[in-house]
Design a protein. Structure first.
Length: 69
């Protein structure tokens, strides 16, 4: 489950920005399931415990350096 606010929608595709070991943002496409309130079920494309961006100050793109809070 991830917050709906973290989901990026481009056309018919849905994804989320993940954060790798070098604190770089990478857009990852997801297969989504049912919505439960403000959260949405992730069926594939994201592993348990993986870091992802919920909210960003400014524009995010692949390769952006991120600071975790």
């Amino acid at each position: 489950m991830v917050p709906k606010a973290a989901i990026i929608v481009q056309g018919q595709l849905s994804g989320i920005y993940t954060v790798n070991a070098e604190n770089t943002a990478l857009l990852r496409w997801l297969r989504l399931g049912k919505t439960y309130g403000e959260n949405i079920e992730v069926l594939s494309g994201l592993s348990a415990g993986e870091k992802y961006v919920v909210k960003a100050e400014g524009k995010l793109f692949n390769g952006s350096k991120v600071t975790l809070k």
